[in-house]
Design a protein around this ligand. Structure first.
Ligand code: KG4
Ligand code: ZN
Length: 347
């Protein structure tokens, strides 16, 4: 049995959770900064770390109260130590160190990406069986797009990653091009509901012979289309002074076509890797796996069972950090109080 307090502050969510045995969520508190960053159209690092400082105490206290767990019942304190924004990571790591020191319990540093992977081990409704090995996991978030072969607990091989933008990043950038706001993923998904995914024939970089991804060509293709409309080439002659926001850029069709192109690339590579490595399951993780088109197409096209965490465990949270930490604790992999942040940590 393990009862772990987990803390996550790598980007713009201040989060704390209490997790039992790497599976049972006793509490999962997430204080989102989305409203604050929305006016900048993205995450503003200095603002993020300041908000973490304000929120971290109350968020941890809330997680403990909701879990009805006494401080002395905790077996370990887990915290994300990278990758992420340096100023944000520091707030979580220092808070976790303080608690570990005060309680005399082990500190466990967790890689944020490993956390996303372990969101698939959290039990949310009933007791469905845990994921089986080997598995292939697509981790697609705002900062990362990694295809990972998971042979066993804590035994990973990164097969491929993005050579340029992360999948979530390209959703965010294209949403900005289309004036859809921040965060881009959910905004594109909403706009795409009214659109025709075959309206625009956008490029899909298949990068044969590697498991890597590339999204920059797709992003540029969308930019070119937006420019064609805004530069007036496709405007009626009498509409040259029409502001962009009122001009007939086919936003829904472009959003749907773009979303389908990203989904095609992600699904194709993941399914090919699943066959090549003969895996027992395909796992999805990270903010982009909240995308319903991606979830739908993956389930439709995969020849293996597909597992996706519930929406609220796809985006950043501390429950997933607590799940990963359980397996570190079992393996005796704990850290000292000199644990440092690693903003560029890789899996
Ligand atoms: O995992 P996450 O919460 O934070 C990082 O670790 O980066 O992922 C955030 C990313 C953002 O880029 C956001 O636009 C994207 O996930 N995202 C989505 C959706 N929901 C969030 N992308 C596509 N469709 C969604 N429904
Ligand atoms: Zn994340």
């Amino acid at each position: 049995m393990s009862t772990i307090l987990a803390v996550e502050t790598s980007c713009d969510e201040t989060a704390a959770a209490v997790i039992v045995d790497g599976q049972v969520i006793r509490s999962n508190v997430v204080a989102s900064q989305i409203e604050i960053h929305r006016r900048y159209g993205g995450v503003f690092p200095e603002v993020a770390s300041r908000q973490h400082i304000l929120a971290i105490g109350p968020v941890i206290q809330d997680a403990m109260t909701q879990a009805r767990v006494a401080w002395n019942d905790l077996d370990a304190i887990a915290v994300t130590y990278g990758p992420g924004l340096a100023g944000s990571l520091l707030v979580g790591v220092n808070a976790a160190k303080g608690i570990a020191l005060a309680l005399g319990r082990p500190l466990i540093g967790i890689n944020h990406l490993e956390g996303h992977l372990y969101s698939n081990w959290l039990r949310t409704d009933g007791e469905p069986p845990l994921p089986r090995f080997p598995a292939v996991c697509l981790i697609a978030s705002g900062g990362h797009t990694e295809l990972v072969l998971v042979r066993d607990h804590l035994d990973y091989e990164v097969l491929g990653r993005t050579q340029d933008d992360a999948a979530g990043e390209v959703f965010d950038k294209v949403a900005r091009l289309l004036d859809l706001g921040y965060p881009g993923g959910p905004a594109i998904e909403r706009a795409a509901e009214r659109g025709d995914a075959s309206a625009f024939d956008l490029p899909r970089a298949r990068l044969r012979g590697t498991w890597d991804f590339s999204f920059s060509g797709l992003k540029t293709a969308v930019l070119r289309i937006v420019q064609r409309y805004t530069d007036g080439i496709q405007k009626p002659a009498d509409a040259l002074d029409t502001p962009r926001s009122t001009f007939a850029l086919p936003v829904a069709d472009l959003a749907a076509s773009f979303q389908m192109a990203v989904v095609d690339i992600l699904v194709e590579k993941t399914c090919q890797a699943a066959e090549r490595y003969n895996v027992a399951e395909i796992l999805l993780a990270g903010g982009v796996s909240a995308n319903s088109r991606l979830r739908h197409e993956m389930a439709l096209r995969a020849q293996r069972p597909v597992r996706v965490p519930p929406l609220w465990l796809c985006t950043d949270n501390a429950a997933m950090i607590g799940a990963a930490a359980h397996y570190h604790l079992l393996a005796g992999r704990v850290d000292d109080l000199d644990l440092d942040i690693l903003p560029n940590l890789q899996l």
